[in-house]
Design a protein around this ligand. Structure first.
Ligand SMILES: N[C@H]1[C@H](O)[C@@H](Sc2ccccc2)[C@@H]2OC[C@H]1O2
Length: 327
């Protein structure tokens, strides 16, 4: 059946967590459409590492089974990572249930995960070809659920500083306005990748030559990382915007009025609200603010939570497509 859970932004919309029940134990996890491993903080970790975290205890689950000899090791785009061993258990997300889901039990996690005490781990929702379990690669929750979901979809409804929804198996049309614009996904990279080769600022004339012209939809990335041409084009319209090497990206006066960004998603222009591009102050006085739109020199571009806060996104695993509409 279908499943729906509320998601909650951590402070500053840095990441979005939602409850996942594993072997009867409910923990909050970071839903990540940019990776394909489901791994958890668990009772194998040291008490220091576990301090402040919820943890999954396989010994307390009557349905847990170890996968002898299986291991995982994952490194993320931001340099963080986790590694450990693997078992299976029943996973229930708001009613959508998978038995025999690979549960990756971290025995080693990087610092940024240890300090992020609200998160018990990640649930990867990209394509299973990116899963890191060896010797036998495992499937994502969504892949395992596909056959039993009423519709082969999951949706992301992420909000600024407010509860949103992750839903499996149904598209709730009360969550967005207008029709969903569908675009084919190129699954070769293992990401939810689509063509994005044009942008416009504040309703101005579109520029249609973004180098590479590809992007991925990544709920696990906080910001929106676009080609330099998009970033330069956008911030050229923001008074006082500077590239602030000390801070590590573009900043502008917090008092600036930010224009909306129109960005191509498979041939349809989606809007990212200017308000959502004002990400956070970098100083105590709230004078200088950090942009939610920043440059990436690698491809594809990465449309993270800044994009999702303005756009409801449906991920269709039946025909490998993305549906986007304003919300
Ligand atoms: N898909 C993303 C992933 O979810 C995060 S992993 C992560 C790290 C620390 C804190 C929370 C999450 C990392 O940043 C971008 C890319 O890799």
């Amino acid at each position: 059946g279908a499943g729906s859970v509320a998601n909650t932004p951590e402070a500053g919309d840095v990441e979005y967590l939602a409850p996942v029940t594993i072997g009867g134990q409910t923990v909050n996890m970071d839903f990540d459409s940019g990776s394909s491993d489901l791994w958890v903080f668990n009772t194998q970790l040291s008490l220091n590492t576990l301090s402040g975290h919820m943890a999954y205890n396989p010994a307390q689950s009557s349905t847990f089974q170890l996968l002898p000899g299986s291991t995982f090791s994952i490194s993320y785009g931001d340099g963080s990572g986790a590694a450990g061993n693997v078992g299976t258990d029943t996973v229930n997300i708001g009613g959508a249930t998978v038995t025999g889901q690979a549960i990756e039990l971290a025995t080693d996690v990087s610092t940024s995960f240890v300090t992020d005490t609200q998160s018990t781990g990640l649930i990867g929702l990209a394509f299973s070809k990116l899963n890191t379990v060896k010797p036998v690669q495992q499937k994502t929750f969504f892949d395992n659920a596909l056959a039993t979901l009423p519709e082969p979809v999951f949706t992301a409804d992420l909000r600024h500083n407010a509860a949103g929804t992750y839903e499996f198996g149904a598209i709730d049309s009360t969550k967005f306005s207008g029709p969903l614009a569908w675009t084919p996904v190129n699954t070769t990279s293992g990401f939810w990748q689509f063509t994005s080769q044009a942008f416009a600022v504040g309703g101005g004339a579109p520029s249609t030559s973004v180098p590479g012209g590809q992007a991925i939809a990544d709920t696990g990335t906080t910001l929106m990382l676009a080609d330099q041409s998009v970033v330069d084009g956008y911030y050229s319209q923001v008074q006082g915007a500077v590239n602030n090497a000390t801070v590590g990206g573009v900043t502008f006066p917090c008092s600036a009025t930010l224009p909306d960004l129109q960005i191509d998603v498979g041939g349809t222009m989606a809007t990212v609200r200017g308000d959502d591009i004002n990400f956070a102050p970098v100083d105590q006085t709230g004078t200088t603010c950090f942009g939610g739109l920043q440059a990436t020199t690698v491809q594809p571009q990465i449309y993270g939570d800044i994009f999702f806060k303005s756009n409801f996104v449906a991920f269709n695993g039946g025909n490998n497509s993305l549906g986007v509409a304003p919300h």
